[in-house]
Write a protein that binds this ligand. Structure first.
Ligand code: ADP
Length: 390
């Protein structure tokens, strides 16, 4: 029997999961459940233990709790795997949680209190923790936070130029995608050697997108802010815009806050600018000039913000691309790297075309890499480190 750790990443209508061997952290299986709340379905799984999960047995009407029970029941029936702990992606750790934490009642109360900071995501993350506690009483559980990696940022990178009373109430830049950045910090020394210990910019470019400036593997600046709406242009989110524009929509156009939120979170970004799609692949395949403009703006915003990250770092020793667009779109990487040529980034187009691990020329002052995103492995690693497994 393999002792195993279950990792859950619960979203509003989906749950991504992964099983890792507890000692070696070998991935045993990864998969997902989609359509929760409408028509729940198992999205398939891959890996050595993929056969554990039975496509037929998940009811379409499953809510989050039922879906979690379905996963745990499948693991319970396994003759190969003995579950010893669960780890969860939790979007917000607030000002206090700067490292992964073993979950108990007082931690849950503290995490509940952070719901107003991430009302669209935190409740789903916490529901998954409660569902596991109900379905598998006594199973040790660990929470890992998307914000935690950025708690190392200096104060000036965290505070906004707003009245200090508001800063004191926690209205600061938290930053997100921290698990993705943690993974890059973990694996980059094996890929980039000495450069990984220096000044690094990581571009996490997926549906959500952000940059992180890392010094010696620690975050010193990031583009997302108090919420995940700040910074880069994204699939549907606008990224950084003039707060005065938001006030204009409310005060002059008479829009309700929910309407403004819908525009900025769901009708902007690649989707809003192109008028076509939030999916970079669709835009890359389109001949519509608006699609081209949306992609150009996406790359322009990355270049502008990368310049800001470089200023915070005082230079640059390595650049990393990760997540859907970062890993797979040679064209978007190429446009971004052309815009950063002045900073010493010389792309090797042949390497870039095949998304090689190193995509810069041999003599490039700043070596540039493509690294596969993995937000589950750093959670599994954290579970083994908090001392809850024998
Ligand atoms: P999430 O942030 O939801 O985890 P992903 O990291 O999977 O998202 O990234 C999704 C984005 O990656 C989408 O915009 C998608 O179009 C883009 N993408 C995926 N594959 C490719 C590809 N081959 N070329 C360009 N973009 C791609």
């Amino acid at each position: 029997m393999d002792k195993a750790i279950l990792i859950l990443n619960a979203g509003s209508s989906s749950v991504k999961f992964a099983l890792f061997q507890a000692r070696s952290l070998e991935p045993l299986c990864r998969g997902g459940i989609e359509g929760i709340g409408s028509k729940a379905q198992f999205g398939g799984s891959s890996g050595r233990e993929a056969a554990l999960f039975d496509r037929e047995a998940l009811s379409e009407s499953s809510n989050h709790e039922a879906a979690t029970c379905w996963l745990l029941d499948a693991i319970r029936r396994s003759e190969h795997v003995a579950l010893v702990a669960a780890g969860h992606r939790v979007v917000h750790g607030g000002p206090d949680f700067s490292t992964p934490v073993a979950i108990d009642d007082s931690v849950m109360a503290a995490l509940d209190a952070l719901v107003p900071l991430a009302p669209a995501h935190q409740p789903h993350n916490l529901a998954a923790i409660r569902a596991v506690a109900t379905a598998w009483p006594g199973l040790p559980q660990v929470a890992c936070f998307d914000t935690a990696f950025h708690r190392t940022m200096p104060r000036l990178a965290q505070i906004f130029a707003i009245p200090h009373e508001l800063t004191d109430q926690g209205l600061v830049r938290y930053g997100f995608h921290g698990l993705s950045y943690q993974h890059i910090a973990d694996v980059l020394p094996g890929i980039a050697g000495e450069a990984a210990k220096g000044r690094v910019i990581v571009c996490h470019l997926g549906h959500g997108a952000s940059l992180c400036a890392m010094s010696e593997g620690r975050s010193i600046a990031t583009t997302m802010g108090f919420t995940a709406l700040d910074g880069l242009m994204m699939g549907m989110r606008c990224g950084a815009i003039d707060a005065g524009l938001v006030l204009h929509l409310i005060e002059q156009r008479g829009m309700a806050p929910a309407e403004v939120s819908e525009i900025l979170n769901r009708r902007s970004g690649l989707l809003g600018v192109s008028g076509l799609s939030n999916d970079a692949r669709t835009l890359l395949a389109s001949e519509d000039p608006r699609a081209a403009e949306a992609l150009d703006l996406f790359a322009y915003r990355v270049v502008r913000e990368a310049g800001s990250m470089m200023a915070a770092l005082g230079g640059l020793d390595a650049l990393v691309f990760t997540a859907g667009i970062g890993e797979r779109s040679a064209r978007i990487r190429s446009t971004i790297c052309q815009g950063l040529n002045w900073a010493g980034i010389a792309l090797d187009e042949a390497r870039n075309a095949v998304s090689a691990s190193c995509i810069s020329e041999d003599g490039s002052k700043v070596p540039t890499y493509v690294v596969a995103a993995d937000e589950e492995l750093p959670i599994a690693r954290a579970v083994t480190r908090v001392g809850i497994i024998d």
